[in-house]
Design a protein around this ligand. Structure first.
Ligand SMILES: Nc1nc2c(ncn2[C@@H]2O[C@H](COP(=O)(O)OP(=O)(O)OP(=O)(O)O)[C@@H](O)[C@H]2O)c(=O)[nH]1
Ligand SMILES: [K+]
Ligand SMILES: [Mg+2]
Length: 419
């Protein structure tokens, strides 16, 4: 790094700026090639003059979009998961997205997938050894059994990555939250409260909301796409009934749902009233409840007991007076964080390894090939080896490293044969 005068290449007497030149010698640069960075003052005229001067050099041209990253990938500095992570980092709008993208860009996913791939190749190497030498004098007994054992473990690892409730993908693309409930419960009032603006129309007329209205929000550092829906009821109105149908589909396709009920209509002074018939079929163990309009009933404190709702997933509020809303907001944010957690300090939940659907598809393919390998016995090692080769290639596609032979050579070199 050196302080320097930046001059025009054809008129060295012409000083364009007083700046810094930083030279990164290959391969210790971002792209793995020789890189020279010229740091100049940020004035628009200076930058324009320097760029124009550089364009006089015959071997210089402006970079294509993403070209530096592409060169870093070609040079092996980054794998595809890191490239994706960098892009996600730029797009990250919430804390959870930033944390996850940073892990990917830093190579955490790369490391997992590369280990998985090399473990599959290790397994393949054992099988290949059997093909080349046969079980006998040259090779230890039970190699095929050992390969089978390893393959079973590898498949378990892949399954553990796949069984992540799609947390990584959901956090990347946004958690889809559906607000639903009977007409006039206060669903649109809730959307407006969360959005802190009059996004949806609120009126005393039941059936006000007909279409789906979505708003993207940050709740407790998580990206949430909140959908307000039409109140669920039987109706003769053609437009409203389409809205009700859309509402049902929205709830069923959502990652998490929040059922809003109006307290005065759900409980009377003595007996609990059953949930409205249109609402009941959409309730599942993950449904959260917001019991609204506490201002209209005399003793709001025990309603959750009356309804038999678990405390951690139900809140009582008045969206009109604001009573209970801050407890709801913090409680609901914690419930979301618990449900879609990226980390568990106690380590009982693994951070998700899959952040893109693409990763899932390749892992599913790899798992199928390993399962196919496990169908063969030692007689058919040649066929079994092919399955393992395909499994390794599928995992390799996640990082963009698909050549199996190079790794196989390396593994083979220090394998038990050839002694
Ligand atoms: N008293 C009282 N009224 C409320 C409360 N929350 C909402 N409301 C009123 O209830 C009525 C219905 O509210 P909305 O938010 O439109 O209800 P909704 O569930 O979206 O209704 P639909 O879209 O028709 O299904 C409006 O007049 C609101 O002002 C509350 O906590 N207390
Ligand atoms: K309404
Ligand atoms: Mg509404």
């Amino acid at each position: 790094m050196q302080r320097c005068r930046v001059v025009h290449p054809e008129h060295p007497g012409e000083v364009l700026d007083d700046g810094l030149a930083v030279f990164f010698r290959a391969p210790k640069s971002f792209t793995t090639e020789d890189v020279l960075e010229v740091h100049v003052h940020s004035g628009r005229a200076i930058v324009a003059a320097v760029l124009s001067a550089i364009s006089h050099l015959p071997f210089c041209r402006p970079a294509e979009p993403g070209e530096f990253t592409r060169r870093a990938f070609n040079g092996g500095r980054l794998d595809l998961t890191q490239v994706e992570g960098l892009r996600d980092l730029i797009d990250a709008e919430t804390e959870s997205q930033r944390v996850m993208a940073l892990r990917a860009a830093g190579g955490e996913m790369r490391e997992r997938f590369e280990r998985l791939r090399s473990d599959i190749i290790h397994c393949l190497a054992m099988v290949e050894a059997l093909i080349d030498f046969g079980e006998g004098d040259d090779i230890e007994e039970g190699v095929f059994e050992q390969a089978r054992e390893e393959a079973i473990q590898l498949n378990k690892t892949i399954q553990s990555y796949l069984n992540d409730n799609r947390r990584g993908e959901i956090i990347r693309s946004g958690i889809r939250l559906a607000i639903f409930g009977p007409p006039n419960a206060g669903k649109s009032s809730l959307l407006n409260f969360l959005a802190q603006r009059e996004a949806a129309i609120v009126t005393p007329v039941p059936g006000t909301t007909r279409d789906i209205l979505e708003v993207s929000l940050d709740i407790g550092g998580l990206p949430v796409i909140v959908a307000d829906t039409a109140g669920l009821r039987q109706t003769e109105d053609v437009v409203e009934s389409i809205g009700v149908e859309r509402a049902r589909n929205m709830v069923q396709g959502s990652d998490i749902s929040l059922c809003v009920l109006s307290l005065p209509e759900t409980v009377d002074s003595t007996t609990p009233i059953r949930l409205p018939s249109g609402v009941q079929p959409l309730i599942n163990p993950n449904t959260c409840f917001l019991l609204n309009k506490t201002d209209l009933i005399s003793s709001p404190s025990n309603v959750r007991d009356v309804l038999g709702l678990p405390y951690e997933r139900a809140w009582t509020v008045s969206l009109t007076t604001g009573e209970g809303t801050s407890e709801f907001l913090s409680g609901f944010a914690s419930a979301l964080q618990e449900h879609f957690k990226l980390y568990d300090r106690l380590g009982s939940t693994e951070a998700p390894v899959i952040t893109h659907v693409r990763h899932r598809a390749h892992l599913e393919t790899a798992s199928r090939f390993i399962e196919a390998f496990l169908q063969y016995d030692a007689i058919d090692v040649v066929l079994g080896a092919e399955e393992l080769r395909y499994a390794a290639q599928a995992v390799g596609k996640i990082s963009g490293l698909i050549d199996v032979e190079d790794v196989l050579d390396a593994v083979f070199r220090d394998f038990c044969i050839g002694k």
